[in-house]
Write a protein that binds this ligand. Structure first.
Ligand code: ZN
Length: 684
């Protein structure tokens, strides 16, 4: 692991903050905290923490000793000074006199001593930082350290590798008891450079930020070198079927099986977003003969359990031509996982006197030999975090198995950490947005109505996939929404297949399709070239059929219903002169929408259309508006507002209509008009 310290960079970052009035110790603390946080093999997604002991002035201008320690919810890689709230040190040290302190009282005592009452909660490891005397303290869950200490003989191994450089602390859940224990261990090893918390991670200390950081890197590299030198075994791969089904084909089935049915009759489900990963390390891990042993042991460090639960689910390799068999065994395996999880909950909750409430029994990580790893979350972001955490666990367990046998903490400790109120608090609660846990795919999504629709659906909580001919433009819309942008030529069935496969790999499947891509061709119907008419049919009819088919396919595999939304047009019901080449396929698309409603209603798939008119967009450019309004002797505003409401209709208005139809759970076969009122185009 590379030491990233740079004198020049350290000076630059620190000086910039000092110029803004930030305490110099805190300024340099920010710099090395970011260095640690930018290395995923040291810390991931809110894991790890750092601190500095310094002096600050309180509101009376009196100088007080404080501990600036990482606040809950901040990511070390991008930390800013407010992410390291200052807590008065003296009252924290007083707490060491106590024999016991509950988590709630500890959090309260920490909050009560903040210099800024608006600051985030100081880390759950604050007291450990406070009770050690060093000025700068760094804490990570470094992978090579975990590989060494997550072993039956972890203590002896750490002793062998580090000698007296580090003190060893037995596994205790983070909190007051761990802080006291660490203090006690340190007092009997006052010259150590750091501490390994067995089955948890590592602390390094220093008089300066650089010393603590250098020691962290040095200790981690020493562990890495030991592992490289003494690696004996590597994974032996299991015998797998020759032809294995792709991740994209498997994902919608898994997504459907993991969905929790809240009301079968009303077709209400608690769905999940599922992300697939299959890099070489993941594949070596899932394809090994011993997968069912080392993957079922537990977490590599306690705070992973809130993201991945203690144990992942293993499924058999899905063989081509036998997807039905796979689906049946997956269904049984997910049920069995739930039963085992319930038993895990009950035996441990009983031990605690029945005070906890069971969380959902759905796995967060699914391992499929030959296919890879699927990570599960209630949002795309949560699924991606679970995937990153699971990949880290794979890295640690792979190293641990090379030098020995991976071992985790006991069942009771796994439970205590998963059901620890302070860990659960990290996940946040609150009501779910109306389209939370759903995946929406928008074609023609890079501009105009499509882009406005992607934004509206993302705001409503959906994970959005924006499809467009231009991948870069699609990504530019999708990325800020936390979604994905994909290149797709909707008139080409192979391109559609590829794009929908990518959606399945990234999100697990699809719940809502907004088939929006289109373009206006013109020509007097008796003279128009057949090619013009056929080209228009390709885009304005067949492309809708291509994407609807692909969507319905995944929806059928999920068995949790779905929603198709088509962008029809005023032309579909009210032909304008010389717009036959546009109106004819649009009329067919309106019919297509109803045909899907008829053919798929029995499996809960709804199909509706939006009938929009005169929207400023790629189809109706500003130049066209200028020409047309002039030709009619109208101002642009009069032309664009040439409807019953006398007001221009915007792309956002159309997006709202799509959203309303997506939320109208009992509407199918409907057309919603968004044209400001055009009685000639009103539907009967
Ligand atoms: Zn930790």
């Amino acid at each position: 692991m590379k030491n990233l310290w740079s004198d020049a960079e350290a000076r630059k970052v620190a000086d910039a903050y000092i110029a803004k009035g930030i305490n110099p110790d805190l300024a340099i603390r920010v710099y090395t905290t970011r260095l640690l946080g930018s290395e995923p093999k040291l810390v991931l997604h809110g894991g790890g923490n750092t601190s500095v002991k310094t002096k600050m002035r309180d509101v009376l201008g009196q100088e007080v000793e404080v501990l600036c320690v990482k606040g809950s919810g901040w990511d070390m890689g991008v930390i800013e000074p407010p992410g390291l709230p200052a807590v008065r040190l003296a009252p924290l040290l007083e707490l060491a006199k106590l024999d016991e302190l509950s988590d709630e009282d500890m959090v309260n005592a920490q909050r009560c001593n903040l210099l800024d009452s608006n600051a985030p909660n100081p880390s759950v490891e604050t007291l450990l930082h406070a009770f050690l005397p060093h000025k700068f303290i760094d804490h990570t869950h470094a992978n090579p350290i975990l590989a060494l200490c997550d072993q039956p003989n972890g203590e002896a191994l750490c002793r062998e590798v580090f000698g007296n450089r580090v003190a060893l602390v037995p596994y205790i859940m983070p909190g007051f008891a761990l802080a006291k224990k660490a203090q006690q261990v340190f007092e009997s090893h006052p010259n150590c450079e750091g501490m390994i918390l067995l089955k948890h991670g590592i602390f390094s200390f220093g008089d300066t930020a650089k010393q603590a950081y250098d020691r962290m890197l040095d200790l981690v590299n020493q562990a890495e070198a030991y592992i490289a030198k003494s690696a004996k075994k590597s994974f032996t791969s299991a015998g797998l079927p020759k032809n294995i089904v792709s991740a994209a084909e498997v994902a919608p089935t898994l997504r459907g099986l993991c969905a929790i049915t809240e009301d079968a009759e009303q077709r209400q489900y608690k769905r999940w977003i599922i992300e697939h990963r299959d890099n070489q390390a993941v594949m070596d891990y899932v394809n090994s003969r011993d997968l069912s042993r080392y993957s079922q042991v537990g977490v590599v460090t306690p705070d992973h359990s809130i993201r991945t639960k203690a144990i992942p689910l293993i499924l058999p390799a899905p063989e081509v031509g036998k997807l039905e068999d796979f689906s049946r065994s997956a269904e049984k395996a997910i049920k069995d996982f739930g039963s085992a999880y319930r038993a895990f909950f009950e035996r441990n909750n009983h031990r605690l006197g029945g005070i906890k409430k069971m969380l959902d029994p759905i796995p967060r990580v699914i391992l499929v030999p030959g296919v890879g790893m699927f990570a599960i979350g209630k949002t795309a972001k949560d699924a991606a975090i679970a995937a990153d955490v699971a990949e880290n666990a794979i890295d640690v367990i792979t190293m641990a198995e090379k030098i020995g046998t991976f071992e985790s903490i006991p069942d009771a400790d796994l439970f205590d950490i998963e059901y620890w109120s302070l860990e659960q608090a990290k996940l946040g609660k609150g009501a779910e947005p109306p389209l939370g846990r759903q995946v929406a795919v928008i074609t023609g999504g890079a501009s105009g109505i499509g882009a406005a629709t992607a934004k509206a659906f993302a705001r409503a909580g959906a994970a959005v996939a924006v499809l467009d001919l231009d991948a870069a433009k699609a990504s530019a819309v999708a990325k800020p929404l936390g979604g994905i942008g994909l290149a797709c030529n909707v008139t080409d069935p192979a391109s559609v297949t590829d794009a929908f496969a990518a959606v399945a790999r990234h999100f697990g499947g699809i719940d809502i399709l907004i088939s929006n891509a289109g373009a206006a061709w013109q020509g007097r119907i008796g003279d128009v070239d057949d090619k013009v008419l056929r080209d228009s049919f390709e885009l304005n009819f067949f492309s809708h059929q291509n994407v609807a088919k692909a969507a319905v396919n995944q929806m059928a595999a999920q068995k949790t219903g779905g929603c198709l939304l088509f962008n029809a047009s005023k032309q579909a019901v009210n032909p304008g002169p010389n717009f036959g080449p546009y109106g004819l396929p649009k009329a067919a698309t309106l019919f297509l929408s109803r045909q899907y409603a008829v053919d798929y209603g029995d499996i809960g798939i709804r199909s509706n259309a939006v009938n929009a008119d005169r929207i400023r967009s790629g189809l109706l450019t500003n130049d066209m508006i200028a020409t047309r309004s002039k030709a009619r002797g109208l101002s642009e505003a009069e032309y664009m507002g040439g409807n019953l409401l006398k007001t221009e209709v915007t792309a956002e208005n159309v997006a709202e209509a799509f959203l309303a139809l997506a939320l109208a759970e009992k509407s199918t076969g409907a057309v919603l008009t968004v044209d400001g009122g055009n009685i000639a185009a009103a539907l009967r």
